[in-house]
Ligand binder design. Sequence first.
Ligand code: GDP
Length: 412
Amino acid sequence: MPPAMDINKLRNIGIIAHIDAGKTTTTERVLFYAGESHKMGEVDDGTTITDFDPQEQEKGITIRAAAITFQWKPKEMWINLIDTPGHVDFTAEVERSLRVLDGGVVIFSGMEGVEAQSETVWHQADHYRVPRICFINKLDRIGADFFRVHDEVVERLGAKTIPLQLPIGKEKDFIGVIDLITRQAYYFEPGELGKKMTKEPIPEEMVDEAELWREKMLETIAEADDELAELYLEGEELSEERIRAGVRTATIEHRMTPVLCGSSLKFIGVQPLLDAIADYLPSPLEVPPVEGDDPKTEKKLLRHPKDEEPFCALLFKIQADQHDELGFLRIYSGTLKPSTRVLNATRNRKENITRLWRIRADERQKVDLAHAGDIVGVVGLKDSITGDTLTDQRSPVILEHIVFPDTVISMS
Ligand code: GDP
């Protein structure tokens, strides 16, 4: 059994990217570091973990959303990774996943930079007010340029960025990142699958540049954090924790965007990315309540992310695994146990939820009690389709209506 989950230490996040920016590779690396993946798969030979749909493996693009749960032990965090599709034809599905996640990692290719579809997805994420971190990937590629892509994120997307790292080296000589908060250089040894991260002082020739960017970083954070601004102006030494808290406030409350960089293929920058997800993106308990309609009176109702409130969840995906047809639920309020009768408030039909599962990279785990804020796969739904609201029978609510283009997708 997995250890009990503290929802404060949970992050519901999605990786959002233009096709080919490296979403699959990054997901793969993330799961690897999280210790979920025993056998590494490479995108190019069609054996990656998230892309378990044969059709998808064939195409090499992520066309189906799936939620995978893993633990990021260094920060004692749980992450529900909601897979968002990365192809231009599937923006409706991207939109649906944006609805259920609390934070996003937006990946840009360090070569191609911001592309037309990245703009669409970025603005969709703005619409749903999803706090984001940017990861400028593929910096080992010829022609990749962190600074150019960073400027595009600012100019084309109108993002207020907080660069937290600088790349060390370019193209084939790209070997690590400078962390502007800790003032350290992190190198990622090619060793056994590039696992090893070492920490060293910033190289002499980059010290001045790093200090300049650090000042800029602190000034930007200060715009969002008055207390930090005061300490900064008084010339106080700011601790790493204090700066991180400022970045967190800036990201969650002021929609500023921390920017990190790396090469997921070469395992560069992936561990710091996981730390950033834990440090800067919100827990489900920090997001505003969801709004819905009382189906009888049509009055507006709010559901807060609290176990004590009546159960309410959005069915955001129906997907078969090798055993069952699973309905993926984002629980917004209340709790859910196996063998529970719930109401599909959207269709006014009762449903029996027989079992709950948490989907790990290579197995699934039974869940006896799912809490407000969590995402689980459930078995037993008969008459429900993607987009329906499931609730406590006595307290029905229909969440803000979202029009989804497709209905039940069954792979069985
Ligand atoms: P997705 O379409 O966004 O899921 O992108 P993939 O992860 O499938 O990557 C697209 C291609 O770019 C594949 O051939 C990857 O091997 C390659 N790729 C991904 N990340 C990197 C990287 O950091 N550096 C380099 N050189 N190639 C990468």
